[in-house]
Design a protein around this ligand. Structure first.
Ligand code: MN3
Length: 300
């Protein structure tokens, strides 16, 4: 089961220039083949499907912990998209002046037609995310090798979207995910080392460019976020620490294992968009709910 917390991994700055085409490019990091939907669902299914976990417990715990983190990654990419889309149409209730006219020039018109100017599980070309992106062979060595490859591919995509989009909202999110994805690259490399003796960490970084080239990533590395593995569980998955130990292969600093999740911040409160009727429900009276809650003794 998952214990959900109404907190987001990091604070995102407001965009300097809201842009539906920037948002469309960022969609690749959510619903693309190497996006966060893929990492989330790969590790989630591999953990559900893990056979022989008594004998191989540290590997099960590692995959399950990382699956927990990926939920927060789809969240932070989605909010980056939502913030980039906010302010790209004219706010108001009158449909006659065509308040959504800007949507016709946007590469992804689903953002204006199929959603309330918000993220969808699609890639940068609007193709829906698919379960065909999940690899769960049941063979531990093969699955770990796949996960290492997936994280390196994800890293390449993040770097390219960074080079396409210079808005601080997108770049802060990408800087954070480069650092955290880097943790997952090292985690799967170390898991393969423990399992086989092959020195996989000698391959990193892939692509060759270090995270040090990205100022937004350096900020998170200064907070030592490239060294920390979280279980995303109060009591479970502790044996992942048998894999996440030693020193970081790039800067030699000691790796840190943390039972639990990072503190996070409150997610952005997205304003209403009346021209999209989002959320609508204009005649809803919140005072009525407050009165009922009061009668029932619910603290609001
Ligand atoms: Mn991720």
């Amino acid at each position: 089961m998952v214990h959900r917390i109404d907190r987001m991994a990091i604070a995102l700055p407001q965009p300097n220039n809201p842009s539906p085409n920037d948002a469309a490019a960022v969609q690749e990091l959510l619903g693309g083949k190497f996006g966060e939907m893929s990492t989330l669902m790969n590790y989630t299914y591999q953990s559900f499907n893990f056979r022989g976990r008594k004998r191989l417990r540290p590997f099960y715990d590692l995959i399950a912990s990382i699956a927990g983190e990926e939920y927060g990654h789809i969240e932070v990419v989605s909010y980056a998209i939502n913030l980039l889309l906010t302010g790209t149409t004219k706010r108001g209730k009158d449909p006659v002046p065509a308040p959504l006219a800007n949507g016709t020039d946007a590469r992804n018109t689903y953002h204006f037609i199929a959603s309330g100017q918000s993220a969808l599980p699609v890639d940068s070309m609007g193709m829906p995310w698919t379960g065909a992106n999940v690899f769960s062979s049941g063979n531990l060595k093969l699955d770990l090798l796949h996960n290492f490859f997936l994280e390196c591919g994800a890293r390449a995509n993040k770097m390219r979207v960074y080079e396409m989009v210079d808005d601080p909202t997108a770049r802060t999110m990408i800087g954070y995910l480069l650092v955290r994805g880097g943790v997952h690259v090292v985690a799967y490399a170390r898991a393969l080392e423990k399992l086989t003796g092959v020195e996989v960490t000698k391959l990193v970084p892939i692509p060759d460019l270090s995270n040090d080239a990205f100022p937004e990533a350096v900020k998170f590395q200064n907070e030592k976020l490239h060294l920390k593995m979280f279980t995303f569980s109060q009591n479970d998955f502790a044996q992942a620490s048998q894999i996440w130990n030693g020193n970081h292969p790039e800067d030699g600093q000691p790796l840190e294992f943390i039972q639990g999740s990072p503190e996070g911040v409150a997610p952005p409160d997205l304003d209403e968009e009346p021209q999209l009727n989002a959320p609508g429900a204009d005649d809803f009276d919140p005072q009525m709910f407050m009165d009922v809650a009061k009668k029932m003794g619910v603290k609001m």
